[in-house]
Design a protein around this ligand. Structure first.
Ligand code: SF4
Ligand code: SF4
Length: 302
């Protein structure tokens, strides 16, 4: 009874902490993701014109977020990106509505997710190619991010961005039905983050031999349906951090949003990471990483 109460209390506190962290990033740094992508677009345009890349604020934000991602994984996507938070809120609403009406949740199969995730790399290459060939203005006319930024600032989207409005609406509908639809399958900035190597202590690993039977709890709760990389055991039977930092398979850590849901939900406490820990230490890490990222973005953006 007492244990159940402790678990319930922890879940409530964890939910509250995550809502506060995400809410603060949403309202204080709503443009961080679009600024970082502007840095990438600018860099590609300069490469195409043969001019040196200056360290303007957009490039600095891009460099700052990439460095942060190498150190801590995609915490930015997991907790700090305004568009990612918007998608998660939509999905959460749809889950609750479907529960109320006793409707089964819709979800792509894990196999289709494995293929669809390459969509974001195609998007990134296509958009950066437009910049390379001097057609960057097209992006402004079709960008759902621009529409979102305008709405977030409580302004109406530009009339010239009608295609962007349609894309934004289509994405919003898709994000209602599939968790992290945009982030996993279409986000060009997500594609750039996903190819970053992740510092080993921030990677996840599990010792499959210690799992409870055929338990798939970690895959089921994961917003990216990731199968955690199996690790080898050392002589004490302890799981090591995976030796291969990035795999293009299902366990690719580049696809991991560093949200910690798998670690929190594992009944065997079997998923290892130094910077995503279970229970209150895990929450503490979320707050510490959030504070580091907030300070970084504050100096880069203001
Ligand atoms: S994948 Fe893209 S939209 Fe999703 S959280 Fe990351 S930067 Fe934001
Ligand atoms: S549930 Fe685990 S593997 Fe999946 S995104 Fe979150 S931290 Fe990464």
């Amino acid at each position: 009874m007492n244990m159940n109460k402790n678990i319930k209390d922890f879940k409530n506190i964890s939910f509250l902490v995550k809502v506060i962290v995400r809410g603060l990033f949403f309202f204080i740094f709503p443009a961080a993701y679009s600024s970082a992508f502007s840095g990438a677009k600018y860099a590609v345009s300069r490469i195409s014109s043969g001019e040196p890349i200056e360290l303007n604020p957009f490039v600095m934000i891009l460099i700052g977020l990439l460095a942060f991602t190498i150190l801590f994984g995609r915490y930015f996507c997991g907790f700090a990106c305004a568009f990612g938070t918007y998608g998660d809120v939509l999905y959460e609403i749809s889950v609750r509505v479907r529960k109320k009406f006793k409707k089964k949740p819709f979800a792509f199969s894990i196999e289709s997710g494995l293929w669809l995730k390459y969509g974001k790399y195609i998007c990134a290459v296509a958009l950066l190619a437009l910049c390379y060939f001097g057609k960057e203005s097209i992006i402004g006319k079709i960008s759902p991010w621009t529409v979102f930024s305008r709405l977030e600032a409580l302004s109406l989207p530009d009339k010239g961005n009608i295609i962007g409005v349609f894309i934004f609406l289509a994405l919003s509908i898709l994000m209602l039905f599939e968790k992290r639809f945009f982030c996993r399958f279409l986000c060009p900035m997500g594609a750039i983050f996903a190819i970053m190597p992740v510092f080993p202590p921030s990677q996840l690993g599990r010792n499959r031999s210690r799992c409870f039977g055929k338990c798939k709890q970690c895959i089921n709760v994961c917003p990216a349906n990731i199968t955690i990389t199996d690790t080898t055991c050392d002589e004490n039977g302890e799981a090591d951090i995976p030796e291969i930092p990035i795999q293009l398979g299902d366990s690719s850590m580049g696809e991991c949003f560093a949200c910690g849901k798998c670690v929190e939900s594992c009944p065997a406490n079997n998923i290892k990471s130094v910077t995503i820990l279970k229970e209150y230490k895990g929450l503490m890490w979320i707050v510490i990483k959030g504070a580091v990222l907030a300070v970084l973005l504050y100096f880069l953006m203001f």
